[in-house]
Structure formats: structure tokens, C-alpha cells
Design a protein around this ligand. Structure first.
Ligand code: SF4
Ligand code: MG
Length: 337
């Protein structure tokens, strides 16, 4: 298929200044040269610990943040530096859903006013038309259309996320970037919202990037998954390939922390304990950024940055000593428990 979104060498460096004269002393390399495509109708999961740059990536591709390097193409158009005026019609096509919808729902507005606002701005519908359209959307996201006149505080967290989704759908977007859409919700509610997103995708032909901090949330919804570490994509693969044969040590560590749904599948998976926190993205470790926490690290890892290389069909990994790679050399493993 066609890529709806193409990202090349995307970069966001925030300058860090010091003193009276605001001398630049460094840069936080929040996103540091990442490339990926998102095809029409698919879901790309974007996963990594906090501070890895995944949320910044979401804001860059929707142009809520200005990139400092690289390129963002949407439907074949270069939008990297497009003016706000020219971006306006495209803004509706690319929408974000956030972790906490409550903060963006005006507490003094009814659900009808909130979800109906985009229709009113479009100026094409009568009051009755708006009401009907909103009620249809409420029904579509699994809310009671009779609750049209209620206020956000009268709903549960999961219901409020549904209201946020309904408001987003009113704009008829093509691409939805969902930034931790369920991480604020009770575990029992999370699957319901993920299932809703999946149903809506099939019904409305949507394309998703779903951002999450662990691999369990995106497991069922993703067609492909990208793993980020300190501003870089370290592994990207089709869902099946990533979960069955994770190649980057970091992906292996993230996966080992995830409960196993199929006891026969990965029953033998050892728990890998990552030592230390994610280093600061201000002056990150040189070469392979994971070397300060990697149990397989060798001298070369501190000197030469591993390229994101395709080691199996559609499966790319940035590591000198990948695991599960066809024909890859085995590095001496130490510190694994
Ligand atoms: Fe670990 Fe070296 Fe691979 Fe980096 S390149 S993940 S340090 S083995
Ligand atoms: Mg899907």
C-alpha cells in the first residue's frame, strides 16, 4: 500500500542555554534522526520508556512542534515547514488523542457542545443536524446518545476517553496519533478502549500511530511496532516478527517485563532486569546509546553507532550483536538473570 505518512531523518533538538547571555551549552536531542512510514489503514505502535522521544515524535508529525531537521510527508505532500495557513485544512486530517482527555474537555460545556463544536465550526449543519450527528458519534463510541446534555464530570475515565475520541472523529481525520490513550485508565477498561479504537479503524478506514510505554498495550492493535530509545528507533518490525523474534537487547528487556499471554509461546523467557535509569537526552551516550545499560555491550558499542539494518524481511534493528537474528554472531552474555 501507499504510505499516508513518511518520516525521514526527523530531528528535534531543544537548545540548552546558560547564564546571562543565554550561551548555548548543549542540546536535548529529544528526537535524533528517525525514519519510518505509516501505511494507509495500518496501526504502527511506537513504544519506549518516558523520555525516549515518542510523544515528541507524535507532536512533530502533526506539526504541533516544529522539527529542527528532517522531513515529514503526509499524503505525498512535504509538510515539514508548511505555513500554519496552508496547514489548516490538513490539521483536521491528522488528529491526536491524549492520555488524559479530561484536561481538554471544558468542564462547563455539555458533551453535546464539546463533540458538536467541530460541526458548528464547519458551519454546514443546523442545530438539529448537529444534535443528530453528535448522537450518532456518541453511539459509535459506545456512549448513550441520551447523555448528550451531561457534563464531563458526570462520566468515568473510560467514558471521558470515549468523548475525546468522538470529538476527534467529528473532524473526519485520516491519521490519528493516540498518545498513551489508555495508560490513565484502569486495566479492566484499557482493553475496551483498545477494542473500540480497532473497531473504529475498520469502520472508518483510519490509520493509527499508537504511542505506549510498554509492549503489552500495542500488542493486539499494531500491524507493525517501532521501539524507541533516547531519540532513536532501535527496532522496527511487523508485529508477529517483533514479538516472536525480538532482536534488539532493549526490546528483549521490554518484552521480558510483559506478562506472557500464551504460556506455551514464550514460557522460557527469562526476566531481564535493566540496570539504571534512561540516561539524559542532554548529551546522550555516544555510539550505541543503550550501551550504558546493555548486558551485551562490547568496546565497539561505545565507538561505532550501529545502523538500523534490515536483518529479516521488514525487520530492522540497530545493534552490533542482535539476538534471534538469522546468522548473527553470539556475543558473550553477562549480567542476565
Ligand atoms: Fe547492546 Fe552493543 Fe547492541 Fe548496543 S550495539 S544494544 S550496546 S550489543
Ligand atoms: Mg488494525
Amino acid at each position: 500500500g501507499e504510505p499516508l505518512l513518511s518520516v525521514r531523518d526527523l530531528e528535534k533538538h531543544f537548545p540548552v542555554t546558560k547564564g546571562l547571555f543565554q550561551r548555548q551549552v548543549g542540546a536535548v536531542k529529544a528526537v535524533d534522526g528517525i525514519s519510518f512510514d505509516v501505511y494507509k489503514g495500518e496501526t504502527l505502535g511506537l513504544v519506549g520508556e518516558s523520555g525516549c522521544g515518542k510523544s515528541t515524535t507524535g507532536r512533530l508529525v502533526t506539526r504541533l512542534l516544529e522539527p529542527t531537521g528532517g522531513q515529514v510527508m503526509f499524503e505525498g505532500q512535504d509538510i515539514t515547514h508548511m505555513s500554519q495557513g496552508r496547514l489548516r485544512p490538513l490539521r483536521r486530517d491528522m488528529q491526536m488523542i491524549f492520555q488524559d482527555p479530561y484536561s481538554s474537555l471544558n468542564p462547563r460545556h455539555t458533551v453535546g457542545a464539546i463533540v458538536g463544536a467541530p460541526f458548528r465550526i464547519q458551519g454546514v449543519q443546523t442545530e438539529n443536524g448537529v444534535k443528530k450527528a453528535v448522537q450518532d458519534l456518541l453511539e459509535l463510541v459506545g456512549l448513550n446518545p441520551e447523555h448528550y446534555n451531561r457534563y464531563p464530570h458526570e462520566f468515568s475515565g473510560g467514558q471521558r476517553q470515549r468523548i475525546g475520541i468522538a470529538r476527534t472523529l467529528a473532524l473526519k481525520p485520516k491519521l490519528i496519533i493516540a498518545d498513551e490513550p489508555v495508560s490513565a485508565l484502569d486495566v479492566s477498561i484499557q482493553a475496551q478502549v483498545v477494542n473500540l479504537l480497532e473497531d473504529l479503524q475498520n469502520e472508518l478506514d483510519l490509520t493509527y500511530v499508537v504511542i505506549a510505554h510498554d509492549l503489552s498495550v500495542v500488542r493486539h492493535i499494531s500491524d507493525r511496532v517501532a521501539v524507541m530509545y533516547l531519540g532513536k528507533i532501535v527496532e522496527i518490525a511487523e508485529r508477529k516478527s517483533l514479538y516472536a523474534t525480538p532482536m534488539h537487547p532493549y526490546t528483549n528487556a521490554l518484552l521480558s517485563a510483559v506478562p506472557v499471554p500464551d504460556p506455551r509461546g514464550r514460557a522460557g523467557r527469562e526476566r531481564i532486569r535493566l540496570t539504571g535509569d534512561v540516561p539524559s537526552p542532554l548529551n546522550p551516550p555516544p555510539a550505541c546509546r543503550f550501551h550504558t545499560r546493555c548486558w551485551k555491550a562490547q568496546e565497539i558499542c561505545k565507538k561505532v553507532e550501529p545502523p538500523l539494518a534490515e536483518l529479516a524481511s521488514g525487520h530492522r534493528v540497530a545493534c552490533h550483536f542482535p539476538e534471534n537474528a538469522p546468522g548473527a554472531p553470539e556475543a558473550p552474555a553477562t549480567g542476565k538473570d
